[in-house]
Ligand binder design. Structure first.
Ligand code: C2E
Ligand code: MG
Ligand code: MG
Length: 746
């Protein structure tokens, strides 16, 4: 008896069956599996198994008992041939050493074959039942659950004392296996049905995606919250209902959390189909498969838009455009009108994406929205704290900037255009977009917001008509009003006080020896908001406001200091050229100022070259002549800058005692292409040489031009072909390199 008690399935698996027995078992299996496949109900399938087993073992009844997970006792699940009275007696059987065959299967975790229930100690607790229902022998085997845990028993009780043959063991074994399959399947289906009901009925919106974030299922609440049907959502990604309010970094950290911890929760803004944006509390869980790889993501959304907590966020929404996150039209208009009321000048830029319709047509509206969202983000990046932007409609943005000076405004527009022009990656495609801009200024172009907008819009239309990626200005009545100048002058004054100016140096090369013989100091304004600003933008205003006098004094002093430092480093022959405005000359005391700077830094006057424009020489008044003679007296070198752009009279060259002549880049640029320009340059060089002037060519951008100038006998050259104007540190590196290379680069 003891030996039987420890027999295992493995032992019975090895049993060799007769052919007809094998066939019977196979039939048995097949009919049950067919029932499973036809999705019959699990209880009747188990009943079928019992009937089949009883057919194969006459004079016996089959019983399936399941262990209750809570009380641990056994209850009859199915026992079609056992009288109800017996079933009632068996229910609540406590597994244990006297708990009959089934109680011992659970107790010992192994099949139990009891041939004589009346005598076997394993039946001590059930002896009465054995007698009352004439259950003489009882063989019982475990039924395994999905995790190979024992969930119950399958027993054959005979109305005679008998021991199992190999075939019987196989029968029990097969029956138990099939019952296990049927029950696991049923349990799985039951839980699925349960989950399904929870999924369907949940108040929360639920989304299930696959590992690639493609939506595989959404519940009715989610469809209701978003306003999309199930069909419209299946196969799409949650990006479909992203609000666009969150920066890229938000999603990046969400995915980081998901991959690190397998879960994320937080507040997120989504967009309904009708465009309305709403806040939701989102919990996402990554669902891994058996191998640990993520199979699915399940997201549960709780719509917060009705919640009190979301009120402040709603406030944000009511003032911001949902798609771009920029202030909305009302807020933007109010800001502009505020400036108008207080009479503060500003410019309105109307920026419209070029050919945006084809983006929508090509990639769909969702991708189009992402493009607009990204564009808004880029515009925000370009704009300074004082600027403000909104999405006025569809693909049109308005920018309000206090930058009123045309140069600064142009620089801003160029930066806006450049930021829109950075290629975009959308849905695996690279998009290169551009935008056109129309600019109108308050108060020059209009007196109120609507007029100003109309002006900017019509300027935009002109820009569009002229092609893509173009900026057009509304006709400005008076760009140079006194007030505007006053304000820019203030900016310049601040720049001077805050040391926002710097000098860049452009090397000048001797065309015969290839040596770096000089450098032109070129002024730059490093505005903290607008970046590096070229002199063309502000020199004119500095001249008109007289600020050029102070700025110019700083330039002379700084250039002398730099040149003195280079001389100390051994570059004693290096000449520094400084641009001088006619205004500086006329103000009086300029020569004294130059003298003082030379003294202060111990620089030889021959190392300083002052570049004057032709206008200085055309000005025939006495003050200018005196200033010029005084300057000559300092012993510095004097050059005529931009020769050819002004009056361009070679005749007056003779009258003037200048040392050098710089041919304007307009001629130099055309030199190799235009025979007229070549003839003029050639004539200028001959004339200048006849007057003992050194000729310098500006704007040499390529080797061909350089060779042509060499052939014409030009003395020196400067231009991008050699070097751009370099920040001091870079220029000093260039000096060192050239010294090391023996000055023989060109
Ligand atoms: P400029 O004196 O004729 O200076 C030459 C200009 O040509 C510089 O422009 C220089 O960057 C640019 N350039 C040099 N090589 C090339 C080339 O190969 N190709 C082309 N396309 N351009 C080249 P930048 O620095 O913008 O200066 C513009 C003008 O501003 C100067 O013309 C000068 O008239 C004025 N300026 C610059 N610094 C000062 C200053 O300290 N005081 C005064 N009063 N005027 C200044
Ligand atoms: Mg110059
Ligand atoms: Mg020039």
């Amino acid at each position: 008896m003891k030996a039987q008690a420890v027999e295992t399935h493995a032992a019975s698996n090895l049993t060799i069956l007769a052919a007809d027995e094998q066939e019977a078992i196979l039939d048995f299996q097949q009919s049950i599996l067919r029932a499973v496949l036809s999705r019959g109900d699990s209880r009747s399938m188990v009943v079928d198994i019992c009937h089949l087993a009883e057919m194969l073992l006459p004079n016996a009844v089959a019983t399936v008992m399941l262990q209750d997970r809570v009380d641990g006792k056994l209850y009859v699940y199915v026992s079609p041939s056992v009288p109800d009275a017996a079933v009632r007696r068996l229910n609540g059987l406590v597994p244990g050493p006297g708990g009959g065959s089934c109680g011992n299967v659970i107790y010992r975790g192994a099949p139990q074959f009891v041939s004589n229930t009346f005598a076997d100690p394993r039946w001590s607790d059930l002896r009465e039942v054995a007698y009352d229902f004439n259950l003489c022998s009882c063989w019982s085997v475990p039924v395994l659950g999905p995790d190979d845990n024992i969930i119950g028993t399958f027993a054959l009780s005979s109305f005679e004392h008998r021991s199992p043959a190999a075939f019987h063991r196989k029968l029990l074994d097969t029956g138990a296996t099939l019952i296990g399959i049927v029950l696991s399947h049923a349990q799985w289906q039951d839980s699925l049905r349960l989950y399904g009901r929870a999924f369907e009925a949940a108040e929360e919106g639920m989304v299930v995606t696959d590992a690639e974030q493609l939506i595989v299922e959404v519940n009715p609440s989610m469809q209701r919250i978003l306003g999309y049907t199930r069909d419209a959502l299946i196969g799409r990604t949650p990006a479909l209902f992203a609000s666009g309010l969150h920066p890229e970094a938000f999603y990046a950290s969400m995915w980081q959390d998901l991959s690190d911890a397998g879960a994320w929760s937080g507040e997120i803004w989504n967009r309904r189909k009708d465009g309305e944006v709403f806040p939701a509390w989102l919990s996402i869980k990554a669902i891994p498969g058996a191998d640990g790889r993520i199979l699915n993501y399940v997201g549960v959304f709780t719509d917060l838009s009705s919640a009190k907590a979301a009120e402040s966020a709603i406030q944000h929404l009511s003032t911001h455009d949902a798609l771009s996150g920029l202030p909305n039209r009302t807020v933007f208009r109010t800001r502009c009108e505020g400036r108008i009321e207080s009479g503060v000048a500003f410019a309105l830029v109307c920026l419209n994406m070029d050919d945006f319709r084809s983006v929508n047509a090509l990639l769909g509206l969702a991708a189009g929205d992402r493009v607009l969202n990204e564009t808004a983000r880029r515009l925000r990046e370009v704009l300074g704290a004082a600027d403000s932007a909104c999405r006025w409609n569809a693909d049109e943005f308005l920018v309000m900037t206090p930058a009123a000076e045309l140069g600064a405004l142009a620089a801003l527009c160029a930066r806006l255009a450049a930021s829109v022009g950075i290629p975009l990656f959308i849905d695996g495609r690279v998009l290169s977009l551009s935008a056109s801009q129309g600019v109108a200024q308050y108060p020059d172009d209009a007196a109120n917001f609507d007029q100003l907008l109309a002006q900017a819009t019509s300027a935009l239309e002109q820009a569009k008509a002229a092609g893509k990626n173009i900026v057009r200005y509304a006709r400005t009545k008076a760009n140079d009003t006194a007030r505007e100048h006053f304000r820019i002058a203030q900016d310049l004054r601040r720049a001077l006080a805050k040391r926002e100016f710097e000098l860049h140096y452009q090397p000048q090369i001797d065309l015969t020896t290839g040596r770096l013989v000089g450098a032109e100091a070129l002024l730059r304004w490093r505005d903290p908001d607008r970046g590096l600003i070229a002199p063309g933008v502000f020199i004119g205003i500095a001249e008109r406001t007289g600020l050029i006098v102070d700025i110019g004094a700083w330039v002379i002093d700084t250039a002398c200091a730099d040149a003195a430092r280079w001389a100390a480093l051994g570059h004693r022959d290096l000449r520094v050229s400084v641009n001088v405005s006619a205004v500086q000359m006329r103000r009086g005391g300029f020569a004294a100022l130059v003298d003082a700077a030379l003294q202060r830094h111990g620089l030889s006057p021959t190392q300083l070259d002052l570049e004057l424009t032709e206008s200085v020489f055309m000005d025939d008044d006495a003050a200018m002549r005196t200033a010029f003679m005084d300057l000559k007296g300092t012993g510095t070198c004097l050059s005529i800058d931009d020769f050819g752009t002004g009056y361009s009279s070679l005749a007056y060259l003779r009258r003037l005692e200048v040392d050098r002549l710089k041919i304007d880049q307009a001629f130099v640029r055309e030199l190799t292409d235009d025979a007229d320009a070549a003839a003029i340059v050639s004539a200028v060089i001959s004339m200048a040489h006849a007057l003992n002037l050194v000729v310098v060519a500006e704007g040499v951008e390529d080797a061909a031009t350089m060779l042509h100038l060499q052939a014409l006998g030009c003395d020196e050259a400067q231009g991008f072909h050699f070097d751009r104007p370099l920040p001091v540190v870079e220029f000093e590196q260039r000096l060192a390199q050239r010294a090391a290379a023996g000055h023989s680069r060109h």
